[in-house]
Write a protein that binds this ligand. Structure first.
Ligand code: CAO
Length: 551
């Protein structure tokens, strides 16, 4: 094991360098190039990576500390073999001096462009090339920040390239117009590769960038403006060429993010330009990327473009008259997403029937005094739910779910029936368990308790889980029929409308009968029309004469 002090690298002429993020704490194991701390000057940010894999023994700085070149930021313990291997990173590595030529370039990049250069009055085309990248291997373009026609200012980000060790931003060194982008994201590039063509505006300082081959840039490195390739730390200095106004605000086309954050974003498929940075000067942190992904996942499904279905256009209704914007309750939002998902996934069919419940109603009314005695209101719903349980036992495919690949039925050997409750914040569907083994009084009691809980916001998630079939009754409200949406992953739902007295032909005359309209909406993938027809006919028979239920 070797102990090594990690120091702040050469910062050029950057001033007011502050620690803005500690990426590790004592005891943390880090891999080579994992960020240890993030520094920021008044102009740019940089990450200081671990030169080898090892363990952080001590962190010597705190967030907010002002730091200077060579200051120790951390002490690390390395396995012997790793501490002897010099890092190849293109990023600043504290214990390793930059190669002499790189250092010359780096210094050159800190210089203000020579003021004795001739002014150029006519626009000329410049090709931005990938300059000397030292011994870095496998350099890929990971971000193209401009497109033909874009106007750029000195310091605006053109491209980001990345080796296996670090990422580098390539900024514009002159104001101008992009005429051609010669590479795509993902392209592998080598030193000298032409990247971008830029029509440089006239009346700019003529410098090395005018003659932009990499070799020339190296040769003139002590006098000329910076080479196009700027490792993150060099941004401290590159930005010194910006105008005062530019310095006050981050350049809008630039995405401030370190290599680790860029890598993370790429792995997660996050477009960094869409992420709002919470760090100084809008710098994007790992937490910002995580929060972005989290919020994308949490978005209700109906916000996401679904299977290419076009969104309803957004209209400013206030153009036509006064409007009020009222936020949907969370229950309504969740309900909307569930209904939408079911509507899009389930091929719905609805089977209708009118059921003669005259005998049942006679019996129910006869039982009302006892119900009152029990402190309950005996409505048709308890009988309907019980009749459904009887019928579901005869039709296992209706008391089922489909697996997501629609390869199997999941037949449920329990009969838990949900019923829709019109609660103040939206529709809720509490579930009565094991309806097949419960009597009408107990079912009535549970309808009362669960609907009260739903209306007072006291339902627990468990009260609404595990349903195998649902009933939605609008009978107390009115209407002659409606087609409910299947409460997926269940495969069928019964809609109940208002029962009414109707004249029914008995073969010799019309007689008044109590008729209950019912509708069964079902998932046609799970239930075919004949099965649905048989289910509804059987249910009607049970409602007509409850003795059918036990046959
Ligand atoms: N036809 C005629 N009258 C009916 C009826 C029907 N199908 N169903 C119930 N009624 C009567 C009841 O008997 C009661 O009358 P009495 O007071 O004279 O006995 C009255 O209507 C009120 O009933 P209720 O609504 O208090 O009780 P319920 O058991 O019928 O329903 C509940 C309970 C919680 C389901 C209901 O209150 C409710 O919220 N329904 C709305 C469900 C809904 O929104 N569905 C749509 C969802 S989208 O698919």
């Amino acid at each position: 094991m070797g102990i090594e002090e990690i120091r702040i690298p050469d910062l050029g002429d950057a001033e007011d360098v502050e620690v803005i993020e500690l990426c590790v704490e004592p005891g943390a194991h880090v891999e080579e190039n994992d960020s240890l701390v993030v520094l920021e000057s008044d102009k740019a940010s940089m990450e200081v990576p671990a030169p080898h894999s090892g363990t952080v023994k001590e962190v010597k700085v705190a967030v907010g500390d002002k730091v200077a070149e060579s200051q120790v930021i951390a002490v690390m313990e390395f396995p012997d073999e790793s501490s002897t291997t010099p890092p190849e990173s293109l990023e600043p590595v504290a214990t390793t001096q930059a190669r002499p030529e790189s250092e010359a370039q780096l210094r050159a990049s800190f210089e203000e462009p020579g003021t004795d250069k001739a002014l150029r009055n006519t626009p000329s085309e410049e090709t931005v090339q990938l300059p000397d990248v030292g011994d870095a291997q496998e350099i890929n373009v990971i971000e193209v920040a401009v497109k033909p026609g874009d106007e750029v200012q000195p310091g605006d980000l053109l491209l980001v390239v990345e080796s296996d060790k670090a990422s580098m931003e390539i900024p514009a060194t002159h104001a101008g117009t992009i005429t051609e982008v010669l590479v795509n994201e993902g392209d592998e590039v080598v030193e000298g590769a032409p990247l971008i063509k830029l029509l440089v505006n006239g009346e700019q300082l003529a410098g090395g960038a005018e003659e932009n081959s990499t070799a020339e840039a190296q040769e003139v490195s002590t006098e000329e403006p910076p080479p196009d390739l700027l490792p993150n730390r060099e941004l401290f200095n590159q930005q010194s060429q910006l105008s005062e106004q530019d310095k006050l605000q981050p350049v809008t086309s630039r995405t401030y993010a370190g290599p680790a954050v860029r890598r993370m974003a790429r792995e997660l498929g996050v477009v960094l330009s869409e992420v709002k940075g919470s760090g100084n000067h809008g710098r994007i942190t790992k937490e910002d990327v995580q929060a972005f992904v989290k919020s994308a996942l949490a978005k209700p499904r109906n916000e996401v473009s679904t299977s290419g279905i076009p969104r309803v256009p957004e209209i400013d209704f206030s153009r036509f008259g006064s409007v009020e914007i009222v936020k949907l309750s969370r229950i309504r939002q969740r309900g909307a997403a569930n209904l939408h998902r079911s509507w899009l996934n389930v091929p719905h069919v609805t089977q209708h029937d009118d059921v003669d419940v005259t005998e049942l109603e006679t019996f129910r009314k006869a039982m009302k005094p006892e119900a009152e005695h029990r402190g309950l209101k005996l409505t048709p719903l308890a009988f309907i739910i019980k009749a459904c349980a009887f019928t579901l036992q005869q039709f296992p495919q209706v008391n089922a779910s489909l697996d997501p690949d629609v390869q199997h039925f999941i037949l449920k050997r329990y009969y838990h029936i949900g019923f829709a409750v019109d609660a103040p914040d939206g529709l809720l569907v509490p579930v009565i368990r094991d309806v097949n083994s419960k009597g009408i009084w107990q079912i009535t009691q549970e309808i009362t308790d669960l609907s009260e809980k739903a209306r007072s916001g006291k339902l627990k998630p468990d009260d609404m889980q595990g349903g195998t079939f649902s009933v939605s009754s609008l009978g107390a409200i009115g209407g002659t029929g409606f087609t409910p949406i299947v409460n997926t992953p269940e495969v069928a739902i019964l809609g109940v409308s208002r029962l009414d007295t109707r004249p029914v032909w008995n073969g010799t005359s019309f007689e008044p009968r109590q008729i209950l309209p019912i509708t069964l909406s079902y998932d046609h993938r799970a239930i075919n029309g004949a099965e649905a027809g048989r289910f509804v006919t059987h249910l009607s028979k049970v409602l007509k004469d409850f003795r059918q239920g036990i046959m």
